[in-house]
Design a protein around this ligand. Structure first.
Ligand SMILES: Nc1ncnc2c1ncn2[C@@H]1O[C@H](COP(=O)(O)OP(=O)(O)OP(=O)(O)O)[C@@H](O)[C@H]1O
Ligand SMILES: [Mg+2]
Length: 635
């Protein structure tokens, strides 16, 4: 056994300075600042997810480029037919060679018709290929990202989860990630395709007629300004909408998770009303985003209609003055009307990107959250522990300045059986949580076998502690699987051995399907006492030399209590045991009782000693005389 003298040992590791940074939603609207920078920073943040899929993304980009070039070629067959077949104008350059080779105008017409079909078919094919490749990449990126976020969420400390709402985290894990995936692939490709087509069209238009192109260009700033302003407002609106959706899912999850309470208190209608209220406010937020989006689309349409008007008027003047061939004007107008598509696409994509970057911020917030409890850089794997526990000058606050535990000095030799009692809220469960390192002490330290537990890796420390928590959770699988969860890779033989060690194999055999009995979600089909037995078996299977059992028998009938007490007596053999109890019976089986009140140890001694003392212990249990206890005193 490793007993250390606290006065000669300095705490090896300083208390963590990193406090949890739970960021609450900020509703700042970045007025007047377009969020291209934020979108870029989002893309940069997720760049490593993109980088790994370049094998799909590059071919998708090349196919998109080919489709864009074919779009630019699309109106030219019409020009050839109009100028050379109908009007019989002579051609120049390469075109005159081609026309000479085709000879008869009928052949030219046929070739032009064939070109229209071929161009359309080839463009369709390239677009199809690009979309398939994009979808494939997007799916893979989304899945990888979800794994990353899920893994991170599981590593985040208890304090984070206690303050987060499950529904909101689920939304971040599902809907938000889907939008991020779209931002990273679909939106980015749409943006590039639109920009490519737009610049191609403008370049061609300037070549055909610089004056008309200038008119076309003049309409662009209005469109761009409208989309920028909208996307800034859209971002705030979407963030709000997402929060409302998170509230809605959280409320529904809460009701379904506590359905027995809802039904027992006949709160069904009240809960339905609460959910409908949330639904209405989510709908209002949703409508706001739709209004903003459609306003933008209308503005873009009107601006481009005005542009078409001007080009038509000036262009026909040029044709009549002989400065432009009729076929070229047709091509130009076709280019200008094609311009609407990438511009609207840009506006739409800007809106979508604004939406998605709000969601991306929500995903980033999770990934940026630093786990409060982490392995120290020099943490070592804990050796097999003997189970000598020591709390040293320990103080702990959940909220800064409001200590829940203060000045706790407690030395528990290896193998000792200790009960921790005290009024509700005294800090008993909190003390256990510090031993499991769910939190780190605000001051002082917890030692096991003489070493500060922060010196050990979390995993190796927790692996050696068997715990039954105050609110036992079973999973919706079989009883055997629930016990086997105590240790990774446990076999049926291990499960049976644990049940035998506790003396509960007969009870399990008496169940309709024995170890294969399905226990229902959260163990709903077992009684409270049965759940405790399964949880104790799971803890025993873990095999740690330290056993913690929070509230073993509260609220159980005499027979079940006896069953658990017997199982517990066996489980305590050869283990340092900490039992937190409000009941009297388990106290008769321990070596030592610690009384905790308002975060301080006020009494420490054997059950018999404390029964004789005037103090909290006597008040707590109004210790009856020996014969009463034997007959079964009220707990
Ligand atoms: N996650 C938390 N955040 C903030 N305060 C908390 C948290 N958990 C517990 N507390 C507070 O810390 C105090 C001690 O709680 P703890 O659960 O340790 O009490 P306990 O002695 O186990 O009580 P009981 O016998 O009812 O289980 C209580 O005042 C409680 O309100
Ligand atoms: Mg408790």
């Amino acid at each position: 056994m490793n007993r250390s003298d606290p006065s000669t040992q300095q705490p090896v590791i300083a208390p963590p300075s990193r406090r949890i940074r739970l960021r609450l939603p900020r509703l700042k609207t970045a007025r007047g600042v377009f969020d291209a920078r934020r979108v870029a920073s989002t893309i940069a943040f997720f760049a490593r997810d993109l980088h790994k899929h370049l094998g799909l993304l590059i071919p998708a980009g090349l196919a998109m480029l080919a489709a864009t070039l074919l779009s630019l070629a699309a109106p030219w067959p019409v020009q050839v037919v109009l100028d050379h077949v109908i009007l019989g104008r002579p051609a120049r350059g390469v075109m005159s060679d081609v026309l000479a080779r085709l000879g008869d105008p009928r052949n030219v017409l046929l070739a032009a018709c064939a070109a229209v079909v071929l161009i359309a078919a080839a463009r369709g094919l390239f677009e199809y290929a690009s979309q398939i490749l994009q979808a494939d990449a997007a799916h893979r990126i989304g899945n990888k990202l979800r794994h990353r976020v899920f893994k991170h969420l599981q590593q985040l400390s208890l304090r984070f989860h206690e303050r987060s709402r499950t529904g909101d985290l689920l939304l971040r894990l599902t809907g938000d990630i889907t939008l991020v995936r779209d931002l990273l692939v679909a939106s980015l490709f749409d943006l590039m395709a639109a920009l490519l087509l737009l610049s191609g069209l403008l370049a061609m238009m300037f070549r055909l007629s610089p004056a008309l192109a200038a008119v076309a260009l003049a309409t662009l700033p209005a469109v761009v300004a409208a989309s920028w302003l909208t996307s800034v407002r859209l971002r705030a609106a979407v963030r709000k909408k997402r929060e409302k959706e998170g509230d809605l899912i959280s409320a529904a999850a809460e009701v379904l998770g506590a359905i027995s309470h809802v039904q027992a208190f006949t709160r069904e209608d009240a809960e339905k009303d609460r959910v409908s209220r949330l639904e209405r406010s989510s709908l209002r937020a949703e409508l706001k985003t739709v209004r903003l989006e459609s306003k933008l689309a209308r503005t873009v349409e009107i601006v481009t209609a005005l542009g078409t008007c001007g080009i038509l008027y000036l262009g026909v003047g040029d044709v009549l003055a002989g400065k432009l061939s009729p076929g070229t004007l047709i091509v130009f107008i076709s280019y200008y009307t094609s311009l609407v598509k990438p511009i609207r696409q840009l506006a739409k994509t800007a809106g979508r990107m604004a939406k998605a970057s709000s969601c991306a911020d929500r995903v980033r917030e999770v990934l940026d959250e630093v786990p409060e409890i982490q392995d120290a850089p020099d943490a070592v794997v804990a050796p097999p522990l003997a189970g000598h526990i020591r709390f040293e000058r320990l103080r702990f606050d959940y909220e800064p300045g409001r200590p829940v535990l203060r000045d706790i000095h407690l030395d528990i030799p290896s193998g000792q059986r200790v009960a921790l009692v005290g009024p509700t809220g005294a800090g008993k469960s909190t003390l256990m949580k510090l031993l499991l390192r769910f939190y780190d002490p605000t001051a002082g330290c917890v030692r096991v076998d003489g070493r500060d537990i922060r010196e050990f890796t979390l995993e190796s420390l927790r692996r050696q502690i068997s715990v039954v928590q105050q609110h036992t959770v079973l999973f919706g699988t079989t009883l055997g699987d629930n016990i086997a969860m105590g240790r990774l890779g446990a076999t049926r033989a291990d499960v049976e051995a644990a049940a035998r060690e506790l003396g509960i194999e007969e009870w399990i055999a008496s169940l309709p399907n024995g170890y294969d009995t399905i226990v229902g979600e959260r163990g709903a089909t077992l009684s409270g006492g049965q759940r405790q037995l399964v949880a104790l078996a799971r803890a025993i299977l873990r095999g740690g030399r330290i056993l913690i059992f929070d509230e073993p028998t509260t609220g159980l009938d005499g027979r079940t209590e006896q069953q658990i007490r017997r199982a517990l007596q066996r489980a305590m053999r050869n283990r340092t045991t900490l039992i937190i109890s409000h009941g009297l019976r388990p106290l008769a089986d321990v070596d030592r009782v610690i009384v905790l009140t308002e975060g301080r140890i006020v009494q420490d001694g054997s059950h018999d000693d404390l029964r004789g003392e005037v103090g909290v212990y006597r008040e707590l249990f109004e210790v009856p005389s020996e014969p009463d206890l034997v007959r079964g005193a009220p707990a």
